[in-house]
Design a protein around this ligand. Structure first.
Ligand code: BG6
Length: 478
Protein backbone atom coordinates (compact mmCIF):
# COMPACT_ATOMS: atom_id res chain seq x y z
CA UNK A 1 0.00 0.00 0.00
CA UNK A 2 1.54 3.39 -0.91
CA UNK A 3 0.50 6.93 -0.16
CA UNK A 4 2.00 10.40 -0.39
CA UNK A 5 -0.64 12.12 1.62
CA UNK A 6 1.09 13.20 4.82
CA UNK A 7 2.32 16.80 4.97
CA UNK A 8 5.94 17.68 5.54
CA UNK A 9 6.68 18.05 9.23
CA UNK A 10 3.94 15.60 10.20
CA UNK A 11 4.55 14.66 13.85
CA UNK A 12 5.07 10.89 13.88
CA UNK A 13 5.81 9.42 17.29
CA UNK A 14 4.35 7.53 20.21
CA UNK A 15 2.47 8.19 23.44
CA UNK A 16 2.67 7.19 27.10
CA UNK A 17 1.62 8.51 30.52
CA UNK A 18 3.80 8.92 33.60
CA UNK A 19 1.75 6.71 35.90
CA UNK A 20 1.75 3.78 33.48
CA UNK A 21 5.46 3.62 32.75
CA UNK A 22 7.64 5.64 35.15
CA UNK A 23 7.46 3.53 38.29
CA UNK A 24 9.56 5.13 41.04
CA UNK A 25 6.22 5.87 42.69
CA UNK A 26 7.88 6.96 45.93
CA UNK A 27 11.23 8.12 44.56
CA UNK A 28 12.45 11.69 44.31
CA UNK A 29 9.99 12.93 46.98
CA UNK A 30 7.04 12.10 44.76
CA UNK A 31 3.69 12.03 46.55
CA UNK A 32 1.03 9.38 46.01
CA UNK A 33 -1.48 9.92 43.25
CA UNK A 34 -4.70 8.29 42.10
CA UNK A 35 -2.88 5.71 39.97
CA UNK A 36 -0.82 4.58 42.95
CA UNK A 37 -3.87 3.18 44.71
CA UNK A 38 -5.14 1.38 41.59
CA UNK A 39 -4.83 -2.35 42.12
CA UNK A 40 -3.81 -4.63 39.27
CA UNK A 41 -6.38 -6.91 37.69
CA UNK A 42 -9.51 -6.66 35.63
CA UNK A 43 -11.58 -5.51 38.56
CA UNK A 44 -9.44 -2.44 39.25
CA UNK A 45 -11.90 0.14 38.00
CA UNK A 46 -14.83 -1.56 39.69
CA UNK A 47 -12.96 -1.57 42.98
CA UNK A 48 -12.08 2.06 42.65
CA UNK A 49 -15.54 3.20 41.66
CA UNK A 50 -17.22 1.58 44.64
CA UNK A 51 -18.74 4.23 46.89
CA UNK A 52 -16.80 4.30 50.11
CA UNK A 53 -13.52 3.23 48.49
CA UNK A 54 -10.90 4.42 50.95
CA UNK A 55 -8.10 5.38 48.52
CA UNK A 56 -5.57 3.38 50.55
CA UNK A 57 -2.88 0.97 49.40
CA UNK A 58 -3.64 -2.55 50.64
CA UNK A 59 -0.66 -4.72 49.78
CA UNK A 60 -2.10 -7.73 51.60
CA UNK A 61 -4.98 -7.86 49.19
CA UNK A 62 -3.72 -6.37 45.94
CA UNK A 63 -0.74 -5.97 43.66
CA UNK A 64 0.03 -2.43 42.40
CA UNK A 65 1.67 -2.63 38.97
CA UNK A 66 1.94 1.16 38.57
CA UNK A 67 4.42 1.31 41.45
CA UNK A 68 7.07 -0.21 39.21
CA UNK A 69 5.55 0.68 35.85
CA UNK A 70 8.22 -0.35 33.39
CA UNK A 71 10.83 1.55 35.39
CA UNK A 72 11.14 4.38 32.86
CA UNK A 73 12.19 6.49 35.84
CA UNK A 74 15.56 4.75 35.73
CA UNK A 75 15.63 3.58 32.10
CA UNK A 76 14.45 6.64 30.20
CA UNK A 77 17.75 7.01 28.36
CA UNK A 78 17.55 3.53 26.89
CA UNK A 79 13.89 3.99 25.99
CA UNK A 80 14.34 7.37 24.35
CA UNK A 81 17.28 5.99 22.35
CA UNK A 82 14.92 3.30 21.02
CA UNK A 83 12.29 5.92 20.14
CA UNK A 84 15.00 7.83 18.29
CA UNK A 85 16.04 4.69 16.45
CA UNK A 86 12.46 4.36 15.19
CA UNK A 87 12.77 7.93 13.94
CA UNK A 88 10.26 9.56 16.30
CA UNK A 89 9.70 13.23 15.55
CA UNK A 90 7.67 13.62 18.70
CA UNK A 91 6.98 11.90 21.99
CA UNK A 92 3.76 12.43 23.91
CA UNK A 93 4.30 11.97 27.64
CA UNK A 94 2.84 13.33 30.82
CA UNK A 95 4.23 14.99 33.89
CA UNK A 96 3.11 13.38 37.13
CA UNK A 97 1.62 16.32 39.04
CA UNK A 98 2.54 14.57 42.32
CA UNK A 99 6.25 14.58 41.40
CA UNK A 100 6.10 18.36 41.22
CA UNK A 101 3.64 19.00 44.05
CA UNK A 102 3.65 15.79 46.14
CA UNK A 103 0.48 16.71 48.01
CA UNK A 104 -0.89 19.11 45.44
CA UNK A 105 -1.43 21.93 47.91
CA UNK A 106 2.14 23.01 48.73
CA UNK A 107 3.35 26.51 47.96
CA UNK A 108 6.67 25.48 46.39
CA UNK A 109 7.40 22.76 43.84
CA UNK A 110 9.59 19.75 44.51
CA UNK A 111 12.99 20.34 42.93
CA UNK A 112 13.76 16.63 42.52
CA UNK A 113 10.63 16.14 40.45
CA UNK A 114 11.39 19.14 38.27
CA UNK A 115 14.95 17.94 37.75
CA UNK A 116 13.77 14.51 36.60
CA UNK A 117 11.74 15.96 33.72
CA UNK A 118 14.63 18.29 32.86
CA UNK A 119 16.71 15.19 32.28
CA UNK A 120 13.98 13.58 30.16
CA UNK A 121 13.50 16.70 28.00
CA UNK A 122 17.28 17.07 27.56
CA UNK A 123 17.49 13.49 26.41
CA UNK A 124 14.69 14.08 23.89
CA UNK A 125 16.39 17.19 22.63
CA UNK A 126 19.56 15.22 22.01
CA UNK A 127 17.64 13.31 19.34
CA UNK A 128 15.55 16.21 18.09
CA UNK A 129 12.35 14.67 19.43
CA UNK A 130 9.67 17.28 20.15
CA UNK A 131 7.88 16.62 23.46
CA UNK A 132 4.10 16.90 23.65
CA UNK A 133 3.27 17.08 27.34
CA UNK A 134 0.00 16.20 29.04
CA UNK A 135 -0.42 18.17 32.25
CA UNK A 136 -2.88 15.78 33.85
CA UNK A 137 -3.22 12.15 32.81
CA UNK A 138 -5.22 10.35 35.52
CA UNK A 139 -2.51 11.33 38.04
CA UNK A 140 -4.06 13.75 40.51
CA UNK A 141 -2.19 13.95 43.85
CA UNK A 142 -4.00 11.67 46.27
CA UNK A 143 -4.15 14.30 48.99
CA UNK A 144 -6.38 16.40 46.74
CA UNK A 145 -8.67 13.42 46.25
CA UNK A 146 -8.88 12.48 49.91
CA UNK A 147 -8.98 15.88 51.52
CA UNK A 148 -10.58 18.12 48.93
CA UNK A 149 -12.91 15.77 47.00
CA UNK A 150 -10.91 15.98 43.77
CA UNK A 151 -12.24 18.34 41.12
CA UNK A 152 -15.44 18.88 43.10
CA UNK A 153 -13.43 21.50 44.92
CA UNK A 154 -12.88 24.99 43.54
CA UNK A 155 -9.63 25.23 45.51
CA UNK A 156 -8.10 22.59 43.27
CA UNK A 157 -8.22 25.10 40.40
CA UNK A 158 -5.73 27.28 42.28
CA UNK A 159 -3.46 24.31 43.05
CA UNK A 160 -3.54 23.24 39.42
CA UNK A 161 -2.76 26.74 38.26
CA UNK A 162 0.26 26.84 40.57
CA UNK A 163 1.48 23.50 39.23
CA UNK A 164 0.97 24.57 35.62
CA UNK A 165 2.80 27.85 36.08
CA UNK A 166 5.70 26.03 37.72
CA UNK A 167 6.19 23.61 34.86
CA UNK A 168 5.62 26.22 32.17
CA UNK A 169 8.26 28.47 33.70
CA UNK A 170 10.70 25.67 34.28
CA UNK A 171 10.42 24.11 30.81
CA UNK A 172 9.72 27.19 28.74
CA UNK A 173 12.76 26.59 26.54
CA UNK A 174 12.15 22.89 26.19
CA UNK A 175 8.45 22.27 25.58
CA UNK A 176 6.23 23.96 23.02
CA UNK A 177 3.21 21.61 22.83
CA UNK A 178 1.00 21.09 25.89
CA UNK A 179 -2.23 19.16 26.51
CA UNK A 180 -4.45 19.98 29.47
CA UNK A 181 -6.61 17.08 30.73
CA UNK A 182 -6.26 13.61 29.24
CA UNK A 183 -9.56 12.36 27.79
CA UNK A 184 -11.39 15.06 29.71
CA UNK A 185 -14.82 13.76 28.66
CA UNK A 186 -14.12 10.33 30.19
CA UNK A 187 -15.35 11.88 33.45
CA UNK A 188 -18.90 11.55 32.15
CA UNK A 189 -18.65 7.76 32.29
CA UNK A 190 -15.95 7.33 34.89
CA UNK A 191 -15.30 10.29 37.21
CA UNK A 192 -12.84 8.38 39.38
CA UNK A 193 -9.72 8.67 37.25
CA UNK A 194 -10.18 12.06 35.58
CA UNK A 195 -12.19 14.00 38.13
CA UNK A 196 -10.80 12.41 41.28
CA UNK A 197 -13.92 11.21 43.07
CA UNK A 198 -16.37 8.34 43.15
CA UNK A 199 -20.11 8.98 43.03
CA UNK A 200 -21.64 8.15 46.38
CA UNK A 201 -24.64 5.82 46.57
CA UNK A 202 -27.17 8.43 47.66
CA UNK A 203 -25.88 11.01 45.22
CA UNK A 204 -27.21 12.14 41.84
CA UNK A 205 -24.53 11.32 39.26
CA UNK A 206 -24.47 14.41 37.14
CA UNK A 207 -24.60 17.40 39.51
CA UNK A 208 -21.10 16.79 40.97
CA UNK A 209 -19.77 15.59 37.64
CA UNK A 210 -20.70 18.77 35.77
CA UNK A 211 -19.54 20.94 38.67
CA UNK A 212 -16.15 19.24 38.52
CA UNK A 213 -16.06 19.71 34.75
CA UNK A 214 -16.68 23.40 35.24
CA UNK A 215 -13.64 23.59 37.50
CA UNK A 216 -11.56 21.78 34.89
CA UNK A 217 -12.75 24.13 32.15
CA UNK A 218 -11.69 27.13 34.23
CA UNK A 219 -8.37 25.41 34.99
CA UNK A 220 -7.86 24.57 31.33
CA UNK A 221 -8.51 28.18 30.26
CA UNK A 222 -6.04 29.41 32.87
CA UNK A 223 -3.46 26.94 31.58
CA UNK A 224 -3.92 28.07 27.96
CA UNK A 225 -3.56 31.71 28.92
CA UNK A 226 -0.51 31.02 31.08
CA UNK A 227 1.19 29.02 28.32
CA UNK A 228 0.64 31.78 25.78
CA UNK A 229 1.96 34.35 28.24
CA UNK A 230 5.00 32.40 29.42
CA UNK A 231 6.08 30.56 26.26
CA UNK A 232 6.08 32.44 23.00
CA UNK A 233 4.81 30.27 20.17
CA UNK A 234 3.48 27.57 22.49
CA UNK A 235 0.41 25.62 21.48
CA UNK A 236 -2.09 24.06 23.86
CA UNK A 237 -4.57 21.38 22.98
CA UNK A 238 -7.55 19.85 24.70
CA UNK A 239 -7.58 16.07 24.79
CA UNK A 240 -10.77 14.13 24.12
CA UNK A 241 -11.69 10.49 23.98
CA UNK A 242 -13.56 10.31 20.70
CA UNK A 243 -15.81 7.54 19.39
CA UNK A 244 -18.15 8.38 16.50
CA UNK A 245 -21.62 7.11 17.25
CA UNK A 246 -23.44 5.09 14.59
CA UNK A 247 -27.16 4.42 14.69
CA UNK A 248 -27.75 0.67 14.63
CA UNK A 249 -30.22 1.08 11.77
CA UNK A 250 -32.19 3.72 9.89
CA UNK A 251 -35.03 3.88 12.40
CA UNK A 252 -35.22 7.66 13.00
CA UNK A 253 -35.62 7.03 16.74
CA UNK A 254 -32.26 5.28 16.79
CA UNK A 255 -30.67 7.97 14.62
CA UNK A 256 -31.79 10.64 17.08
CA UNK A 257 -30.59 8.57 20.01
CA UNK A 258 -27.15 8.13 18.41
CA UNK A 259 -26.98 11.86 17.67
CA UNK A 260 -27.74 12.75 21.27
CA UNK A 261 -25.27 10.21 22.63
CA UNK A 262 -22.58 11.62 20.38
CA UNK A 263 -22.95 15.25 21.29
CA UNK A 264 -23.25 14.44 25.00
CA UNK A 265 -20.12 12.30 25.09
CA UNK A 266 -18.01 13.48 22.17
CA UNK A 267 -18.82 17.16 21.83
CA UNK A 268 -19.70 18.68 25.18
CA UNK A 269 -16.14 19.23 26.46
CA UNK A 270 -14.70 20.15 23.07
CA UNK A 271 -17.46 22.70 22.55
CA UNK A 272 -16.48 24.46 25.77
CA UNK A 273 -12.72 24.24 25.30
CA UNK A 274 -12.64 25.06 21.59
CA UNK A 275 -15.58 27.42 21.15
CA UNK A 276 -15.19 28.98 24.57
CA UNK A 277 -18.78 28.60 25.72
CA UNK A 278 -21.23 26.05 27.02
CA UNK A 279 -23.22 24.68 24.06
CA UNK A 280 -26.98 25.24 23.91
CA UNK A 281 -27.79 21.54 24.24
CA UNK A 282 -25.94 21.31 27.56
CA UNK A 283 -27.52 24.46 28.97
CA UNK A 284 -30.85 22.92 28.05
CA UNK A 285 -29.85 19.64 29.68
CA UNK A 286 -28.87 21.46 32.88
CA UNK A 287 -32.26 23.16 32.99
CA UNK A 288 -34.21 19.99 32.35
CA UNK A 289 -32.33 18.04 34.99
CA UNK A 290 -32.10 20.75 37.60
CA UNK A 291 -28.34 20.91 37.46
CA UNK A 292 -26.97 24.13 38.89
CA UNK A 293 -23.35 24.95 38.33
CA UNK A 294 -21.66 27.17 40.85
CA UNK A 295 -19.71 29.73 38.89
CA UNK A 296 -17.61 32.66 40.03
CA UNK A 297 -17.84 36.06 38.38
CA UNK A 298 -15.62 36.11 35.36
CA UNK A 299 -15.54 32.33 34.82
CA UNK A 300 -17.42 32.47 31.53
CA UNK A 301 -15.21 35.28 30.19
CA UNK A 302 -12.15 33.31 31.19
CA UNK A 303 -13.41 30.18 29.43
CA UNK A 304 -14.10 32.33 26.41
CA UNK A 305 -10.58 33.76 26.38
CA UNK A 306 -8.72 30.54 27.12
CA UNK A 307 -9.69 28.47 24.10
CA UNK A 308 -7.28 25.82 22.86
CA UNK A 309 -5.10 26.02 19.74
CA UNK A 310 -5.70 22.48 18.55
CA UNK A 311 -7.67 19.37 19.41
CA UNK A 312 -5.92 16.19 20.39
CA UNK A 313 -7.85 12.99 20.88
CA UNK A 314 -7.64 9.27 21.46
CA UNK A 315 -9.34 6.94 19.05
CA UNK A 316 -9.77 3.25 19.76
CA UNK A 317 -13.24 2.39 18.54
CA UNK A 318 -16.57 3.58 17.25
CA UNK A 319 -19.83 3.10 19.12
CA UNK A 320 -23.09 1.69 17.81
CA UNK A 321 -26.33 2.71 19.49
CA UNK A 322 -29.96 1.71 19.54
CA UNK A 323 -32.56 3.21 21.83
CA UNK A 324 -33.69 -0.15 23.19
CA UNK A 325 -30.88 -2.53 24.05
CA UNK A 326 -30.28 -5.55 26.23
CA UNK A 327 -27.30 -6.33 28.43
CA UNK A 328 -26.17 -9.32 26.36
CA UNK A 329 -25.68 -7.29 23.19
CA UNK A 330 -23.43 -4.66 24.73
CA UNK A 331 -19.95 -4.19 23.25
CA UNK A 332 -16.93 -3.84 25.52
CA UNK A 333 -14.63 -0.91 25.38
CA UNK A 334 -12.80 2.00 26.76
CA UNK A 335 -15.60 3.47 28.95
CA UNK A 336 -17.70 3.99 25.87
CA UNK A 337 -20.63 1.58 25.88
CA UNK A 338 -22.88 0.88 22.91
CA UNK A 339 -23.94 -2.40 21.35
CA UNK A 340 -22.00 -4.84 19.19
CA UNK A 341 -21.60 -3.81 15.59
CA UNK A 342 -22.11 -6.87 13.32
CA UNK A 343 -19.72 -5.42 10.72
CA UNK A 344 -16.73 -5.19 13.06
CA UNK A 345 -14.25 -7.59 14.58
CA UNK A 346 -12.99 -7.02 18.11
CA UNK A 347 -9.62 -7.20 19.89
CA UNK A 348 -8.78 -9.83 22.53
CA UNK A 349 -10.29 -7.42 25.06
CA UNK A 350 -13.49 -6.96 23.08
CA UNK A 351 -12.66 -3.48 21.74
CA UNK A 352 -14.15 -3.22 18.25
CA UNK A 353 -11.70 -2.45 15.46
CA UNK A 354 -12.87 0.20 13.03
CA UNK A 355 -10.27 2.13 11.00
CA UNK A 356 -12.96 3.93 8.98
CA UNK A 357 -14.29 5.24 12.28
CA UNK A 358 -11.05 7.20 12.62
CA UNK A 359 -11.64 8.85 9.25
CA UNK A 360 -15.21 9.61 10.36
CA UNK A 361 -13.93 11.07 13.65
CA UNK A 362 -11.40 13.31 11.93
CA UNK A 363 -14.04 14.60 9.54
CA UNK A 364 -16.64 15.13 12.26
CA UNK A 365 -14.21 17.04 14.47
CA UNK A 366 -12.88 19.17 11.63
CA UNK A 367 -16.36 19.94 10.29
CA UNK A 368 -17.40 21.14 13.73
CA UNK A 369 -14.33 23.09 14.86
CA UNK A 370 -12.01 23.73 11.89
CA UNK A 371 -8.82 23.79 13.95
CA UNK A 372 -5.86 21.38 13.62
CA UNK A 373 -6.29 17.85 14.93
CA UNK A 374 -3.73 15.58 16.56
CA UNK A 375 -4.33 11.85 17.11
CA UNK A 376 -2.41 11.33 20.33
CA UNK A 377 -3.62 7.80 21.11
CA UNK A 378 -4.62 4.83 18.99
CA UNK A 379 -3.49 1.23 18.96
CA UNK A 380 -4.17 -2.42 19.55
CA UNK A 381 -3.89 -3.97 23.00
CA UNK A 382 -2.95 -7.59 22.28
CA UNK A 383 -1.23 -10.67 23.70
CA UNK A 384 2.27 -10.98 22.24
CA UNK A 385 4.36 -14.13 22.06
CA UNK A 386 8.13 -14.14 22.36
CA UNK A 387 9.36 -16.91 20.04
CA UNK A 388 12.19 -19.22 20.97
CA UNK A 389 14.63 -17.19 18.89
CA UNK A 390 13.53 -14.08 20.80
CA UNK A 391 11.54 -12.52 17.94
CA UNK A 392 8.05 -11.07 18.39
CA UNK A 393 6.05 -11.25 15.23
CA UNK A 394 3.15 -8.89 15.85
CA UNK A 395 1.66 -8.83 12.35
CA UNK A 396 -1.82 -8.22 13.83
CA UNK A 397 -0.54 -4.93 15.30
CA UNK A 398 1.04 -3.91 12.01
CA UNK A 399 -2.23 -4.62 10.20
CA UNK A 400 -4.22 -2.61 12.75
CA UNK A 401 -1.88 0.39 12.55
CA UNK A 402 -1.55 0.22 8.78
CA UNK A 403 -5.32 0.45 8.34
CA UNK A 404 -5.65 3.28 10.83
CA UNK A 405 -2.81 5.27 9.28
CA UNK A 406 -4.37 4.70 5.89
CA UNK A 407 -7.64 6.12 7.29
CA UNK A 408 -5.76 9.22 8.50
CA UNK A 409 -4.31 9.61 5.00
CA UNK A 410 -7.81 9.40 3.58
CA UNK A 411 -9.04 12.08 6.00
CA UNK A 412 -6.15 14.34 4.99
CA UNK A 413 -7.27 13.86 1.39
CA UNK A 414 -10.77 14.81 2.55
CA UNK A 415 -9.30 18.17 3.55
CA UNK A 416 -8.80 17.62 7.27
CA UNK A 417 -5.80 19.32 8.89
CA UNK A 418 -3.90 16.70 10.91
CA UNK A 419 -0.76 17.62 12.89
CA UNK A 420 0.49 14.23 13.89
CA UNK A 421 0.00 10.69 15.09
CA UNK A 422 1.32 9.18 18.32
CA UNK A 423 0.14 5.59 18.77
CA UNK A 424 -0.54 4.60 22.38
CA UNK A 425 1.93 2.67 24.48
CA UNK A 426 4.78 2.83 21.96
CA UNK A 427 6.64 0.82 24.56
CA UNK A 428 4.66 -1.83 26.51
CA UNK A 429 3.27 -0.39 29.73
CA UNK A 430 0.66 -1.00 32.42
CA UNK A 431 -2.91 -0.99 31.10
CA UNK A 432 -5.05 1.82 32.51
CA UNK A 433 -8.30 -0.12 32.61
CA UNK A 434 -7.08 -3.53 33.79
CA UNK A 435 -3.61 -2.98 35.25
CA UNK A 436 -2.32 -5.84 33.12
CA UNK A 437 1.08 -5.94 31.44
CA UNK A 438 -0.18 -8.65 29.11
CA UNK A 439 -2.36 -6.10 27.29
CA UNK A 440 0.47 -4.84 25.13
CA UNK A 441 0.44 -1.96 22.65
CA UNK A 442 4.15 -1.40 22.06
CA UNK A 443 6.65 -1.50 19.25
CA UNK A 444 9.05 -2.35 22.06
CA UNK A 445 8.47 -5.39 24.25
CA UNK A 446 9.18 -5.19 27.99
CA UNK A 447 9.90 -8.41 29.84
CA UNK A 448 7.43 -8.08 32.69
CA UNK A 449 4.28 -10.06 33.53
CA UNK A 450 1.04 -9.24 35.28
CA UNK A 451 2.45 -10.20 38.67
CA UNK A 452 5.54 -8.01 38.29
CA UNK A 453 8.00 -10.81 37.38
CA UNK A 454 10.55 -10.30 34.63
CA UNK A 455 13.90 -8.79 33.77
CA UNK A 456 12.46 -5.53 32.34
CA UNK A 457 14.63 -6.13 29.29
CA UNK A 458 13.52 -4.20 26.19
CA UNK A 459 13.16 -6.01 22.83
CA UNK A 460 12.21 -4.70 19.39
CA UNK A 461 9.10 -6.28 17.89
CA UNK A 462 8.51 -6.76 14.18
CA UNK A 463 6.29 -3.65 14.28
CA UNK A 464 9.30 -1.61 15.44
CA UNK A 465 10.99 -2.00 12.05
CA UNK A 466 7.72 -1.54 10.19
CA UNK A 467 6.92 1.75 11.96
CA UNK A 468 10.51 2.91 11.49
CA UNK A 469 9.98 2.62 7.74
CA UNK A 470 6.58 4.34 7.90
CA UNK A 471 8.22 7.34 9.54
CA UNK A 472 11.19 7.26 7.18
CA UNK A 473 8.90 7.39 4.14
CA UNK A 474 6.54 9.93 5.80
CA UNK A 475 3.70 7.46 5.56
CA UNK A 476 4.38 6.66 1.92
CA UNK A 477 5.06 3.00 2.59
CA UNK A 478 2.57 1.30 4.83
C1 BG6 B 1 -6.82 5.72 27.14
C2 BG6 B 1 -5.94 6.29 28.21
O1 BG6 B 1 -8.11 5.68 27.64
O2 BG6 B 1 -6.63 4.42 26.72
C3 BG6 B 1 -4.65 5.54 28.45
O3 BG6 B 1 -5.66 7.65 27.99
C4 BG6 B 1 -4.91 4.06 28.32
O4 BG6 B 1 -4.14 5.92 29.69
C5 BG6 B 1 -5.39 3.76 26.90
O5 BG6 B 1 -3.84 3.25 28.65
C6 BG6 B 1 -5.60 2.30 26.59
O6 BG6 B 1 -6.42 1.73 27.56
P1 BG6 B 1 -6.00 0.42 28.34
O7 BG6 B 1 -7.04 0.24 29.34
O8 BG6 B 1 -5.95 -0.66 27.33
O9 BG6 B 1 -4.67 0.70 28.93
Amino acid sequence: MTTTRFPEGFLWGGATAANQLEGGFDSGNKGLNIADVLPGGKERLTVLSKPGFNWEIDKEKYHYPNHLGIDFYHRYKEDIALFAEMGFKTYRMSIAWSRIFPNGDEREPNEEGLAFYDRVFDELEKYDIEPVVTLSHYEMPLNLVKNYGGWRSREVVTFFERYVESVLNRYKDKVKYWLTFNEINSGIMMPVMGLGFAIQEEEDRYQPTFQAFHHQFVASALAVKAAHRIIQGSQVGCMLIYAPVYAYDSNPENVMYAHEASRFFNNFCGDVQVRGKYPAFINHYFKEHNINIDMEDGDLELINQGTVDFISFSYYMSRTERKEKTADEMAQGNMIGGIKNPFLKASDWGWEIDPTGLRVSLNELYDRYEIPLFIVENGLGAYDKVEEDGSINDDYRIEYLREHIDAIGAAIEDGVEVMGYTPWGCIDLVSASTGEMSKRYGFIHVDLDNEGNGTLERKKKKSFYWYQNVIKTNGEEL
